[in-house]
Structures are given as C-alpha cells and as structure tokens.
Design a binder for this molecule. Structure first.
Ligand code: GAP
Length: 505
C-alpha cells in the first residue's frame, strides 16, 4: 500500500494518529488508539517470549527513562551521539545531511566527517528541499539527546535516555547479585527512548519518542556455550560489506556456518539466526523482503565491533528500512561505566579470575515494526481490505455478532463475556450488515468472527450452544460450540517460543 493510503487507513481505524492532532500535530510524536495500543503490546509480548524466553538467566527489567549527565558522558553519547545537520540561511529549515544528499549518495553519510560532507555539498547542485535556495550552511554535528535542568535549584543536568540499553548497563552489577553469579546473563528492556531527530519523518520511522525492545547479553568471550548446531544450516539473506561496496543491493542466502567460516564469531551468528527467525517465523515477514545489512568499520555506531542491521523492504517507504539489529559491543559499555562511576564492574568467574563481560545486543524498534506489520500485512482484494496479522499479534481475537439485533444481542453478549472470562479478546459488534462487520474486523486484522443466531438459542447449556465461525484469511465458515471455540482461540494466541539455551536444542 502507498504511504498516504496506509497512514490514512491507520488513522481512520484508530490505530494511530499524531500527538496533539487538534493543534496540528507535533513533529515526530504519535499516539496509539485502542487497536494500535493492543497490537503494540502483543508485538512487545512476542518479543519478550522470543528473546527473554531464550534462557532462564535472561531477565526483563523496567527501569526509569531519565539519566543523570554522568551516565551519558561515560557512555559516549554526550560526545558522539550526533547526526550531521545542514540548515538553510533563506528559510531557516534544518535537514539531516543524509536526506539532503540522498539523490547523489544513496548509501548515506555514516562515517563521513562534517568536512567530507561539506565537500559533497560543494560538488553537487544541492538545493534546500523546502525553498530551493542554494544558501545552505556547512554541516555541523547535532547532538540528538534531550537534556534539561534537573531539580528545583537547577545546576544539575539530566537526559532522556537515547537507547534503553544504557539502563541495562546501569543495572548490571545489581542483576549479577540478583541472578546466579553466572555468565551469560541477559538483561532486557522494553521502553521509551528519546531522540531529538533533526527531521522526523515517515510517521513511526523517525520519531522523537519511540519504543525499543533491547536485550543485552553479558558474556565471557572465551566461553559462550551455545547450541550452534541448531542454527548452523539456516540460510541467512546477507549483504556483506564487499558486495555492497561493489554496488550490490540484493542479499544472497548464505548458511550461518559459512558466515562463521568467513570469520564472524559463532555467538554473533547464533544471534543473527535467532533474530532472523523472529522476523520470519514470529512476525511472519516474507523471507524475500528481509536483508541483513552489514555495516563497515566507518559506518558502525561508535560502540560497536560488529553490526548487521535487519532491514525489511516496505512498499509504503519505497525500499529497505532498518527495523532492528544485532550488535557486538565488546566490553565498551562496562569499561566506560566502570571508569565513569568509579565502580569496578568486573565479575569473579568460577576459577577466581576477574573479567569485564562483553556485550551482545539485539535491538528492535517496536514502532517501526508496527508500521512494517501494517505495510506488509494490509492487502486489498477487490472491495475488501484485510490485515493478515498472525492471530497472536492481532489486537483482538474474535468479533462476536448477533445475526438479528433484537433477538440475538443478549446471547451475543453472553458469548463475549464467556470468552473474555476465559482470557480471549472478544469484540461485540451489532452495527450495520454482517458484511460490514466482517469488513471492520478484517481491516483490524481480527482473525475470527462468530455470528450468533436462532439455532444458537436451541441448546440448553451455554458451552454446548453453537454459532457460525468465519475465518479471516480463508473466509471458510463452520458451526462450532462455545467450548470448542474457546479452546481453539486459546491455542491461536499462544506466542511462539524458542528452545531455551539452558534446556538444550
Ligand atoms: N541500543 C542500540 C541502538 O539504539 P539504533 O540503531 O540507534 O541502536 C535501534 O536503534 C532501533 O531503534 C532501530 O533499529 C530502530 O528500529 C529503532 N529506532 C531508532 N531510531 C528511531 C526513531 N527515531 N524512530 C523510531 N524508531 C527508531
């Protein structure tokens, strides 16, 4: 679906809309309505089941979002978390250098210094995208963090966290004691991150307040026991640096084992496979639309040693877009926070020797993936628009309709109540024709609809009463009892889980 059409549909169905819409909106800020909020929660739960569920030694925490300045100074964000920015002297607009140079340098400007970007601006006939002027400033590094004075007396500065990962590093020594004093130890956070993006755009893609789901795995690089055999034969669609620099844009499928043969560490490739399976098998993105895009030495984030971005091809945004990544951060974070806090964050291993653990990070942008689920899942078939969401991600599980408003409404309410009591999300709908009601549920991705009619009332006990069940994707219909329906819907909601690391695989 095209960008405008998709955004209009999501707004109309109350999935999401701009914050402060009645004031004309606020750039880079969006609110979720009932269906969007529920879908987002389901995506978060699916992420937690898949990533935190990987080990008994992986924990999910819920830390605060405000960080004292000392934290972002030590982490390197105060110094390095910048984007090159260009402004127009005529109309005063501000742009990311990457956006303004897109036409001449589609691969972006990661790794280039402001001076090099300045040269590119000189070499090409670049104009202000807003007013067409050529009076553009030299690029300057613009820090993306939101900082503010903290406390009534002022003088103390604090920042909204630019990535949830920082909260896990701050929690590491506490969690070492809460856990089993053993590596690997995983700490996951799902929560808000904040960035003062120079040019927010494409709705959920470049926001100023967004949700990340990140797992930091602390481990000993000399010993990271993993069931690599269970991942070794998985073909991964990778685009490695040498092919990229030769101008290739399409990934090639390469087995996980072959990536290890090419020099990537087993633990890293294992997590590439785990993340890829999440995209393909849990979110059900078509494997042809996924690309694992390797970042070069100069392009990687300042804290990374290895970085593959997970990109997915989205029609509404005109190409591959980054939705998550796997980062090998080495001991960068714990060594910086040891130095910054003055607290030794190394741990004692079984043999008594001390180690500053390394970090493997999986990062996942929840909002971007909500958009991707809409882009890839919403399809138009003639008059019908269907959102083909996996049932366990759908905002609700079943629409319950009375065939005749007057005769069957009380019974339909009984079904809704019984389903909800059994923990199944059910939506009552009596407005318009049955066809209209199917259409509304289809657009929201609700996988089942059930219609209560005269025959329903014939059976004596509620559990044995029957109604017509219709499936969203096949449109097949069948007669089913309330008890059988409840059991089937329960099963459809079960979140996919991986084989645990400490349970074998
Ligand atoms: N902890 C590592 C980290 O923050 P990142 O590549 O800067 O890495 C991770 O961000 C993910 O967060 C991205 O893959 C993307 O999905 C999401 N993300 C980043 N900036 C965003 C923004 N402005 N709006 C929405 N999502 C964003």
């Amino acid at each position: 679906m095209k960008y405008d059409e998709l955004f209009a549909l999501l707004r109309r169905r109350g999935v999401l809309w701009p914050t402060a819409e009645i004031y004309g909106g606020a750039q880079g800020l969006y609110d979720y309505g009932p269906a969007g909020a529920q879908l987002k929660r389901q995506v978060e739960e699916a992420w937690a089941a898949w990533f935190i569920g990987l080990s008994d030694d992986f924990y999910r925490i819920d830390p605060g979002e405000v960080l004292p300045e000392a934290v972002v100074r030590a982490s390197g964000h105060l110094e390095n978390f910048t984007d090159p920015e260009v402004s127009c002297a005529k109309c005063g607009s501000h742009f990311r250098a990457e956006t303004i140079l897109e036409k001449w340098r589609p691969e972006g400007v990661d790794g280039l210094s402001p001076a090099q970007i300045g040269e590119l601006l000189q070499q090409h006939p670049v104009r202000c995208p807003q007013c067409g002027s050529t009076e553009l400033s030299v690029p300057r590094p613009f820090n993306l963090m939101f900082g503010f004075e903290f406390g009534a007396a002022g003088g103390e500065r604090a920042y909204l966290r630019p990535e949830t990962a920082q909260s896990s590093y701050l929690a590491f020594s506490r969690m070492w004691d809460v856990g089993r004093h053993a590596l690997p130890l995983g700490i996951g956070v799902i929560g808000k991150a904040y960035r003062n993006e120079i040019a927010p755009r494409q709705v959920l893609f470049r926001m100023r307040a967004f949700t990340q789901a990140e797992l930091q795995v602390f481990f000993d690089p000399a010993s990271f026991p993993l069931p690599f055999a269970s991942a070794a034969d998985e073909p991964l669609p990778v685009l490695r640096v040498p092919r990229r620099t030769a101008g290739e844009e399409t990934p090639v499928f390469q087995s996980a084992r072959s990536l290890v043969d090419e020099g990537l560490p087993e633990f890293y490739v294992f997590f590439l496979v785990h993340m890829y399976r999440f995209f393909r098998d849990v979110l059900r993105y078509p494997k042809e639309s996924i690309r694992l895009f390797e970042k070069s030495d100069t392009e990687r984030a300042f804290y990374n040693r290895i970085q593959f971005d997970f990109e997915v091809k989205l029609e509404s945004l005109g190409g591959f877009k980054e939705l998550g990544a796997v980062h090998y951060r080495g001991d960068y974070d714990l060594s910086r926070h040891s130095a910054g806090s003055g607290k030794d964050l190394s741990v004692a291993l079984e043999g008594g020797q001390r180690l500053l653990p390394h970090v493997l990070e999986t990062t996942f942008g929840v909002d971007r993936n909500v958009w991707a689920l809409a882009d890839l899942g919403l399809v138009t078939e003639g008059e019908r628009t269907v959102w083909r969401l996996p049932p366990y991600l759908a905002p609700s599980t079943v629409g319950v309709f009375p065939l005749m408003k007057k005769e069957h409404t009380t019974e339909a309410h009984r079904w809704v109540e019984a389903l909800r009591k059994a923990g199944v999300g059910a939506e009552f709908d009596a407005s318009g024709s049955i066809g209209r009601r199917y259409a509304r549920m289809d657009e929201l991705g609700i996988p089942y609809c059930v219609t209560v009619d005269r025959e329903t009332l014939e059976a004596p006990s509620l559990g044995s009463r029957t109604a017509t069940l219709r499936q969203r994707d096949s449109k097949e219909q069948e007669r089913i009892t309330l008890d059988a329906l409840t059991a089937r819907l329960h099963t459809s909601r079960v979140l996919p889980r991986p084989s645990p690391l400490n349970g074998g695989a």
